[in-house]
Design a protein around this ligand. Structure first.
Ligand SMILES: [Zn+2]
Length: 250
């Protein structure tokens, strides 16, 4: 079940997921916290995610297999917030990958009256609106804001619905995609768009994309995801080689 035999579609998914963890760190979406998962290609009612580890340290050997109740046969400790991934996969069959982040440019929009809008053509997927999950609606006003169980995960998945991204008030956000590169692409450009919007607001009134512009941009960019993924995964491979070279030179 936790086989790492190279060549199986699950082991390929594990390797891709390990790369995605490092891409998201290099791109400023994840730091010590946050995670990315993928629906298991062999058992679609399961998903793959790293054991409890900082994303920059994740390798294919650290990936665990979970069911939608957050259970695994792997005895190594897992992420507390795995329920967020589980319930999104359970509710939304088209979702193949989920990113959860606490990144600094997105967080302000989870607590502000100003909505996060698609201001950049690279983030057309944010339209028509980015829903905000209010955990107080489910957990009252004294929770630690973490998605610790299936009930909270289910509520978040319901707020996300068909959107690409949902903000989580005072905590972070989730992005979903039809593949790991797709979810990574959305996560990277959601963060970049939030940074751009916050900068633009300092300059004056902003002009967001119309819904039609956003849809047209998202369609155009969808064909370019592989270009971004090829570049970013290559950067990860180069960084890894440099690390290995430095280690062996010591
Ligand atoms: Zn979190």
């Amino acid at each position: 079940m936790t086989s790492h035999d190279p060549g199986t579609i699950r082991s390929q998914a594990m390797a891709e997921l390990a790369t995605a963890n490092r891409v998201l760190v290099m791109r400023g979406v994840l730091d010590a916290f946050g995670h990315i998962s993928v629906r298991d290609p062999e058992q679609p009612d399961h998903f793959l995610i790293s054991r409890n580890l900082a994303p920059a340290a994740v390798t294919a050997k650290d990936i665990q297999l979970y069911d939608f109740d957050g259970r695994t046969a792997d005895e190594r400790p897992g992420y507390l917030e795995r329920f967020l991934h589980a319930e999104i996969y359970r509710l939304l069959p088209a979702v193949r990958s989920v990113v959860h982040s606490h990144s600094p440019s997105m967080l302000p929009f989870s607590v502000s009256s100003m909505p996060l809008r698609a201001v950049s053509h690279m983030a057309g997927f944010l339209a028509p609106e980015v829903p905000v999950f209010e955990i107080r609606d489910v957990a009252g006003d004294a929770s630690d804001l973490l998605i610790r169980n299936g009930e909270l995960g289910q509520a978040l998945a319901g707020v996300l619905g068909q959107s690409a991204v949902a903000l989580m008030r005072g905590h972070g956000w989730v992005a979903v995609g039809q593949s790991v590169p797709h979810a990574v692409f959305r996560a990277v450009f959601a963060e970049a768009n939030a940074k751009a919007q916050a900068a633009a607001v300092q300059l004056g009134e902003i002009t967001a994309l119309t819904d039609a512009e956003a849809i047209a941009s998202a369609v155009a960019n969808h064909g370019q995801i592989s270009r971004a993924w090829a570049l970013w995964s290559q950067e990860v491979a180069i960084a890894r080689e440099q690390n290995d070279a430095q280690r062996s030179a010591r």
